[in-house]
Design a protein around this ligand. Structure first.
Ligand SMILES: C[S@@+](CC[C@H](N)C(=O)[O-])C[C@H]1O[C@@H](n2cnc3c(N)ncnc32)[C@H](O)[C@@H]1O
Ligand code: SF4
Ligand code: SF4
Length: 377
C-alpha cells in the first residue's frame, strides 16, 4: 500500500471521529450581515431570488439589532452550555460600514468568530487587526484554476484570493477553502489542488460542496454515477497529496454521501462505523446540529439554501425562542421521517436536503445523487 493511501485511511477515520465530537459542543451561527457584494458570481444564490435580494439590500438589520442578536446567541449558548462561534459572512461583510464596531462587540462579549468573505480588502494590517480581535479562521472561495475561477467570479479574483491565502498564512490564521463544484468546474479540481500544494499554501480545510439551486438544475445536478465519479476523482488527488511529506492541505469530507461511499470502498473502520450509525444524527446534515443561519434582514434558517428550513425573524421572536421553538422541532421531525429513515447510513448521511429541495421541491425524498437506492432501502 502506498504511503498516501495508508495515511488517507487513518486520516478519514480520525476525521469522522473528531468532527462528530467537535460539532456537538458548539453553537455555530452563520451571520449574513449584508447581501452587498462587489462580485456577481454566476452560481451565487444571493441573486437567484431578485425580490428577496432587493429586500435584503433595503432592510439590513441595524447595528443595534445586530448587537441584540449577538446577545441572544450568547445567552442561548450559555443556557445550553455550548461554545458560541459566529461566522460573519455575506455578500462581503466588509461592505458594512459598521463591521469594525460589530467585531469590537463580539470581542467584548468574548465570542469567537470566523469570516467567510471575499479577498478584496485583505491586507497584512487588516489581518493583524482581526487576529488581535479574536478571528479564528477565514474562509475564501476557489472555484477552479485561474481562467475558470475568474470566469465564474470576476477577472483578477483568482490572484487576489491566492494573495489573500498567503497573507493569512503569514499571520497564522487558519484558511478554509470552499470549492462549489458543478460540471462546469469539476475537471479543475485536480490541477487546482496540485497548484495549491506546489505553491506551499497552507489550507486548514479544503471542502467541496455541490452547487445547489433551482437554476440550470438539469445540467448542473449530479446523478448517482456522476457522484461516484466525483468522489473517485477527489480520492485520487487526496492520495497523491497525502504522499507528500508536507501535507499542507487538509481535506474535509463534508458532502453527505462521502460516508456511504467511503464505507463501501472499505476506507472506514467497521468498529467506528457501527458506533457512529447507532448515534442519532451522529454526522449527517448540519441541519440536525446546533448550526443556524441569519440573513441580512434577520430571518433565521437552519440552512441558507433550504427554504423549508425557515424558522422565523429575530424582530418577531428572540433567537433563543426561534431556535428551540415549534418550527425547529417540526423540521427535525420532518428530516427524521424522510425517505432516508430506513437506510443503514441515515445517522451518518441523510443526503443533502438543499439539493433534494432544489430538484424535488421537498426535503423528504432521497438526494438525487444517492447511489444506494436499490441496495439499502
Ligand atoms: C454566499 S458566499 C459568501 C462568502 C463570500 N462572498 C464567498 O463567495 O466566499 C458563501 C459560499 O456559498 C457558495 N455559494 C454561492 N451560491 C451557491 C449555490 N447556488 N450553491 C452552492 N454554493 C453556493 C459560494 O461559492 C461561497 O463559497
Ligand atoms: S463573492 Fe460570494 S456573495 Fe459575492 S457574488 Fe460571489 S458567491 Fe455571492
Ligand atoms: S438513502 Fe439517504 S442516508 Fe442512505 S445513502 Fe442515500 S442519501 Fe444517504
Amino acid at each position: 500500500m502506498c504511503d498516501g493511501l495508508k495515511y488517507l485511511r487513518g486520516y478519514i477515520n480520525e476525521f469522522f471521529r473528531l468532527r462528530a465530537l467537535a460539532i456537538s459542543k458548539k453553537l455555530i451561527v452563520q451571520f449574513h450581515l449584508t447581501s452587498k457584494c462587489s462580485m456577481k458570481c454566476k452560481h451565487c444564490y444571493i441573486y437567484m431570488n431578485s425580490e428577496r435580494y432587493q429586500d435584503e439590500l433595503a432592510n439590513e438589520l441595524s447595528f443595534s439589532w445586530v448587537c441584540r442578536v449577538i446577545d441572544s446567541i450568547y445567552n442561548t449558548a450559555i443556557k445550553l452550555q455550548l461554545d458560541p462561534v459566529i461566522e460573519f459572512t455575506g455578500g462581503d461583510p466588509f461592505l458594512r460600514d459598521d463591521f469594525t464596531q460589530i467585531i469590537d462587540y463580539v470581542k467584548n462579549k468574548g465570542i469567537k468568530f470566523g469570516i467567510k468573505g471575499n479577498p478584496v480588502f485583505l491586507t497584512d494590517e487588516l489581518i493583524k487587526n482581526l487576529k488581535e480581535n479574536g478571528l479564528i479562521r477565514y474562509q475564501l472561495s476557489l472555484d477552479g484554476i485561474e481562467s475558470t475561477h475568474d470566469f465564474i467570479r470576476s477577472k483578477g479574483s483568482f490572484q487576489k484570493t491566492i494573495k489573500g491565502i498567503q497573507l493569512l498564512n503569514q499571520n497564522d490564521i487558519p484558511v478554509f477553502i470552499k470549492y462549489t463544484v458543478s460540471k462546469l468546474n469539476q475537471n479543475d479540481l485536480k490541477p487546482l489542488i496540485y497548484f495549491l500544494d506546489e505553491n506551499n499554501l497552507k489550507i486548514s480545510a479544503f471542502s467541496v460542496a455541490r452547487y445547489a439551486d433551482k437554476d440550470n438544475i438539469d445540467e448542473m445536478i449530479y446523478k448517482p454515477d456522476e457522484m461516484k465519479e466525483l468522489f473517485e476523482l477527489l480520492l485520487d488527488v487526496y492520495i497523491k497529496i497525502f504522499s507528500n511529506k508536507t501535507k499542507n492541505i487538509h481535506f474535509l469530507f463534508k458532502e453527505h454521501l462521502w460516508y456511504p461511499f467511503l464505507h463501501q470502498k472499505g476506507y472506514i473502520d467497521n468498529r467506528l462505523l457501527q458506533k457512529m450509525v447507532s448515534i442519532e444524527n451522529c454526522y449527517n446534515c448540519t441541519m440536525t446540529k446546533n448550526i443556524f443561519v441569519i440573513t441580512p434582514t434577520g430571518d433565521i434558517y437552519k440552512c441558507r439554501k433550504v427554504d423549508a428550513s425557515f424558522l422565523g425573524n429575530v424582530k418577531e421572536s428572540s433567537f433563543q425562542d426561534l431556535v428551540y421553538g415549534v418550527k425547529h422541532k417540526q423540521l427535525l421531525d420532518t428530516l427524521q421521517n424522510s425517505e432516508c429513515r430506513h437506510c443503514f447510513y441515515y445517522n451518518v448521511c441523510l443526503g443533502c436536503p438543499a439539493i433534494t429541495e432544489a430538484v424535488r421541491k421537498n426535503i423528504v425524498e432521497r438526494d438525487p445523487g444517492c447511489f444506494l437506492y436499490k441496495s439499502n432501502i
